[in-house]
Design a protein around this ligand. Structure first.
Ligand SMILES: *Cc1c(COP(=O)(O)O)cnc(C)c1O
Length: 223
């Protein structure tokens, strides 16, 4: 199957999942995760009018996106991979949404760069719902205090929460947990669901799904 066929198939599945669900909010933002794929794969989607893309590495995004964003200025680029503080300046310059805020230090760097560069970004806090030691994100038990601290002392407004469930578990309890943390903290957006489970995530209230291989095809490079 070709790229645009896969893309249209994903769009249809999203519509189907929304209409099969009982959710009130009928809007789901599809983030096309273009990591490891080059501009030749990305341009057909931009030409089809797709606007939201995700990358997991600042350096890789800097190689591809400045030129593409110049040609397609209303593109919204999401950072969905870990951010080191020495890359915060470049990340704030290039990305429109940072989904992986998980340390006060990085929140502070982002806040400072937004101020200095006069940029306004969407901010998501990553929650490590599976409490996996090797995975980034705030442990669920610390989520409320972290969110409060980011709001109160950094003055950043938090648009959403993001999670990546453990690969070897059913994703539903993780999606439900993320939704619960968001609700009790008055946070509107939920970034959850990837190629294998975005329909489940939509059923559980995802506002942003991050879909890579179901659109671009299987990645042959480890991302
Ligand atoms: C790669 C990646 C995705 C997309 O994964 P697919 O299984 O290809 O859809 C989503 N979220 C994050 C954080 C990723 O790194």
């Amino acid at each position: 199957m070709q790229l645009l066929d896969r893309y249209n198939q994903v769009l249809n599945s999203i519509e189907q999942a929304i209409s099969d669900s009982t959710r009130q909010n009928l809007k789901v933002n599809l983030i096309a995760v273009s990591k490891t794929y080059g501009s030749d794969s990305i341009i057909p989607l931009l030409d089809a009018g797709h606007k939201q893309f995700g990358e997991n590495k600042v350096q890789e995004a800097e190689d591809k996106w400045p030129a593409l964003k110049e040609q397609y200025p209303d593109t919204v680029l999401h950072l969905i991979g870990p951010l080191q503080s020495n890359k915060a300046k470049n990340a704030v310059a290039l990305f429109d949404v940072i989904q992986t805020v998980d340390r006060l230090k990085i929140a502070k760097f982002i806040a400072r760069e937004c101020e200095q560069q006069d940029r306004k970004l969407g901010i998501f806090v990553q929650i490590n719902t599976g409490e996996e030691p090797q995975k980034a994100g705030i442990p669920p038990i610390e989520a409320d205090s972290f969110i409060k601290e980011v709001r109160d002392s950094m003055g950043l407004s938090i648009q959403g929460l993001m999670c990546i469930p453990p690969v070897d578990q059913q994703p539903s309890p993780h999606f439900a947990l993320l939704a619960k943390i968001a609700e009790r903290n008055g946070i509107e957006c939920l970034s959850m669901g990837m190629s294998s489970d975005y329909e489940t995530a939509i059923r559980l209230g995802a506002t942003h799904i991050r879909v890579g291989s179901a659109i671009f095809g299987a990645r042959d490079i480890q991302a």
